[in-house]
Each structure stands twice: as structure tokens, then as C-alpha cells.
Design a protein around this ligand. Sequence first.
Ligand SMILES: [Ca+2]
Ligand SMILES: [Ca+2]
Ligand SMILES: [Ca+2]
Length: 477
Amino acid sequence: MHRPTAPRRWRVAAAAAVAMATGTTGLAALTGTASAAGESVTVQYRTSAGSATADQSEPWLKVRNTGNAPLQLSAVKVRYYFKADSAGAAYRFACSWAVKGCAHITGTFGTLARPTATADRYLDIGFTAGAGSLAPGADTGDMQLRFHRADWQTLTQSDDYSFSASRTTYADWPKVTAQVSGSTVWGTAPEGNDPTDPPTDPPTDPPAGGQSLFDDFNYSNSGDPRISANGWSVRSNSGGPGVPGATWAPENVTFAASGGNSVMNLRTSTAGTPETTKHTEVLTKAMKFKNGTYAARVRFSDAPVSGPDGDRLVQTFFTINDLKAPMADDYAEYDFEYLPNGGWGEPSNILYTTSWETYNPDPWQAVNQHTESRQSHAGWHDLVLTIDNSTIKYYVDGQLFGSHDAAYLPERPMSINFNQWLIDLAGQTSTTPRSYDQQVDYVLHVKDQVLTPAQVTAKLNAYRAAGTTFEDTVPAG
Ligand SMILES: [Ca+2]
Ligand SMILES: [Ca+2]
Ligand SMILES: [Ca+2]
């Protein structure tokens, strides 16, 4: 089986642009000084479909650089907030015409963790590097954008936060927001969208039985034959994601006792060149995991073990299968991705959960839904993902983090993966060696059962009470 090339590149264009916008050091992005340096924009809006209900919502936008320096458009994101027609409704973005060229404009949908009466979703408008820059005082010109329901049913836009039926000519519009390199510089978001909702399910004992994979990662080293016997592959083959020319280093995967328990350590290291960059990944050889519960205890880190900090690092726990053709519907991927030093246009630490319908690698087009939290997640975390026939849910430390829609459910089984890699080498340009650790205590999958985080913990404790460090009763996919 070929390992799927993990397509976590959906903001790569933005990341590249941040590097350009901040010169050779990239330090402005890392220290969040992009807007402090005077970058500012205004966003003008009009609609060309002003009715309360419509086949498509048509937000037309112009972004103007009101700062005093050229502005790389790929550092800019504009967010349009709306109320979904139903909890399971899915949407598609399209660009009808744009002065900058529709090929240089991206649209991805997300879910607000704290919905309001007029907003539970958003559309993020972004730009590829090919969109170029805006001189001081210049604007993008017309961007004639639209979105519609995936099933082409009529949508209601009169209840949408960012919609205004009366705006039929361009004027400044503060009910969309704009960010430059991750800092909000325009508009007002709907109130209260912290991604922290309390769990609603009471703790109970886990359901009996259930075909399961459990591994406490009690191994001696990356060459331990039990790793392969238990269905894991420690990656050594080259390729993406991340720094081109980097290697994937099995020897950087180690195991150590920690408080009577064993943890797996993924160490990613670099001395600032592709040749010295070593990524790490551990994944199941089989793609046989689909609906049910996925859980892992993972330790993210904000700082290197040694050497200078600042690299644009991605620390992950995810499931994925292979893209059989561009935009193939039967692709599936569900990610926890922590960026301790920013990247993908973000200036600082951010945790993403992302559910993928599909994507097109070239030209880049993503069909996904994501939820994000801009704060440090350094330390140990209990990560839980559940998938049933209607919803995808992500939990962090027992709290619901994101809930994604039926349109993003998996069509085929997937592998389970952990990896740590560098997006690029622009975050820290030193050639002093440094390394970063991501640790994994255990992984659990229970086929076709949606467990609460408390039920996951109970099942983990039952395995440990029984002295079981590995079990795999999940049938081949
Ligand atoms: Ca609506
Ligand atoms: Ca363990
Ligand atoms: Ca899909």
C-alpha cells in the first residue's frame, strides 16, 4: 500500500506570502507585529442577490490597503459570517469574476464554536501568492464571489450576520472581518466564539465490547519488531508534507518510560537546511478505520528541546486515506494539527481541527470544514474524535472543540497517523541545530461506537487494569 501524501497544505500559499511580506527573517509574523507595523485594510461589500432567500448568496468584496507599505494579499483573510440553513447543511464556494483573477482567490468554510442567532458558520476568503500585492491606497477591485448549498436547495440569507439586502453599491462594511497575518485589522466578529462548549453527555461506563485498536506504545525502540507486527509503520520514505528535501527519520522515533508508563517520542530536528531537516511519522499500515471513536493522549510542545525556537512546526494526530483523483468525493481526512509557532499565515500558536471532503492539489482547492483555537496547547492533552452517520466531533481534554457536518463524513476507511514536521524553514533562519518533541502515550479506536471522553478514559483505565498494552480486533477494511 502506498502511503498517502498527506495534503495538509491548505494554507501553504498564505504561509509563503508571510515569508515574503516580512523579508528574510520572518520574525514579524512570529512576534505578531504585522499589524503593529502599520498594515491595515478596509473591506467594502455589496450584494448582487439581495433577496431574503436565494439559490446563491453573492457577497461581492473589495479589499483596500490603507497602510503605508505594500501589502501581500496572501497574508490577508476576509471572513463572512452566516447562519446555516440546518445543522447538516453543506456549502460550496465559487468565484464568478475578479480583477485579481478567480484562480488567485480561495474560499473555505468553518464553524463557529459559539454560535449566535445570526452566525454559526463562516466563509474565509483568502489569496494565493499569485494574487500579488496592493500598493498603499490600492484595492483589489471587484471580487464577485458567491456560495450555495452543496445540494443546491434554496438558502436563507436574511438571517446572516454579514448579509445586507440594502447594500447594492460598494461601501465599507464592518460586519465582515479581515485579518493580516493572523491579526484582526478590520470589522467586528459575532460575539463570543471561543471554541469551548461544555460536554453535554454525562460520564457513564463504556458500552461493552466493540472491535477496538488499543496501543499503549510499550516498545523498546523504532526497530522493535513488535511495532510492525502490531500493524504500525515508522515512516522512512521521502516526500511531503513539509520542507522539500527533508527526510523522514525512523531513528528519531523513540520510546521511554514515564511514570510507570511508556510513551512514544517523535523528534523533529533541523539545522536550517533541507539536508539537515528530519521529520517523523508513525502510521497504521492498514486503512481499515472509519466510523467510531478515535482517541490519543498527546503532548504538544511550544519550545525546542535544544537550540533556537521559532520553526513553523506541525504536531498532529489524524486519520486519512488516499486521494484517487483531484476532487474525488471518496477522499477522507480528519486532523488535529497544532502549530506552536504559527505558519499558514498565522503569527502564533494555533490548534486546528479539520474535516475534509476532498481537495484538488493543483490548482489548490480545499473542500473542508475546520475549527481553530489561537492559544498555547503546550503539554499533555486528551484528543478525541468521533464519527457517526451524521456528525464529526472533536474533543480536547473532555471539552467539545468542534462539530462538523455530514457533508464531510468518510466514504472509505482510513489509516491512523501521528507526525511532526516543518512547514518551511522561514520561521527560524539560523543554522544552529535544534529539535522539537511530540509525545504520544496511547491510541484507541473503537469501531462504530461513539464514546464520550469520559467513556474513553474508562476504557483506557480498563485496559491498563487488565495489564493489556496492545489489542487489535478491528477487521481488515
Ligand atoms: Ca442563513
Ligand atoms: Ca503509553
Ligand atoms: Ca470525502
